[in-house]
Design a protein around this ligand. Sequence first.
Ligand code: FAD
Length: 404
Amino acid sequence: ALSHHENWQRQWRNPTPKKQYDVIIVGGGGHGLATAYYLAKEHGIKNVAVIEKGWLGGGNTARNTTIVRSNYLWDEAAALYEHSMKLWEGLSQDLNYNVMFSQRGVLNLGHTLQDMRDIQRRVNANRLNGIDSEVLDAKGVQELVPIMDCSKNARYPVMGASWQPRAGVARHDAVAWGFARGADAHGVDILQQTEVTGFKIRDGQVYGVHTNRGDIEAKTVGCVAAGNSGVLARMAGIKLPLESHPLQALVSEPLKPVLDTVVMSNHVHGYISQSDKGDLVIGAGIDGYNGYGQRGSYPTVEHTLQAIVEMFPIFSRVRMNRQWGGIVDTCPDACPILSKTRVKGLYFNCGWGTGGFKATPGSAHVFAASLAKGEMHPIAAPFSIDRFNTGALVDEHGAAGVAH
Ligand code: FAD
């Protein structure tokens, strides 16, 4: 069958940049591509360019551990992530592209009494927001994951967990490709190998971008550049409250199916699931230093694997296949920025840090509506940059899953 694969159609065009568009999206990761898709599909704005300096999904979109859940503590964050979850539930059908969304459930483990109190509080808050969430004791966790060490002999014994059954994982590059194909089919120009090097701003209004392929004009520019958002903002004279850090992940050699859910532990600090190929997909905490190199340091990997082996002694002799890093843009309150700026027409969607993959459809859906209407969508509004002046922060460090 492979020999008959030569006449496959390209999934999206490789157009020459036009001089002018209605909207420019900077960043061809999942969020940027999805924003363009919803702009075209839901708002009829099709004269759109997605400008990507590398290749589609080459940023964090295809470097992440693909955990999707919506069990956040505060109403504002819960509304955003649950909006996304509902879109995930119909995404493969909407895009006619299999994003392999697998609702296999996510466990957030508790190892201390305080962990369990926090879990109880978060689960209560989730249920008040209509989000599926349960508290499990150690026995309940053991029943779900028989291969985990839930004995009292562990250094930090598992006392219980929060459990979101609708949560799960998806196929990261399929998400980028599915949105890219969908956007392209609506007429969006996807410009790869095109780097934004500056903004054209006159009288406080953006009217385009400088790129390595020439200037391109648009009166609405949405920046969705994850770890490079601070760099882009500086080009417009804006300082964002972001720090860029490496975040690492690694995958093992493929194994037969042994783990059919997702396990996260903030306390011993590691998270793990098994991909459909059989690899164990393992995530770490952020590396402590700031940087833009997509790798990371060895001690972080070592610490993570210690945590994984502590929880799963059965994996102690599994060999690791690959390791990599992405650059995550962390915000002081572990929540994103979806916001206008003081430059008219220039918007930022960033600060997703270690947890933005799960938000891809939801973030893009409300960001597209905001760009189309010139007013932030009600679900996006609490995530304005202004919150760092007013103090109306949405502190999601507890629910964020990865310490930073
Ligand atoms: P990206 O995919 O990074 O896209 C931004 C794009 O902008 C890049 O392709 C970049 O090349 C482009 N760009 C930057 N500067 C310019 C420029 N000047 N001109 C043109 N293009 C530019 N989230 C979860 O929800 N669940 C997880 O399990 C999870 N695990 C993670 C594990 C790791 C190791 C990492 C690194 C991240 C993880 N995340 C997770 C976070 C998640 O990956 C990100 O929040 C999300 O993918 C961000 O998507 P994006 O589209 O905004 O960014």
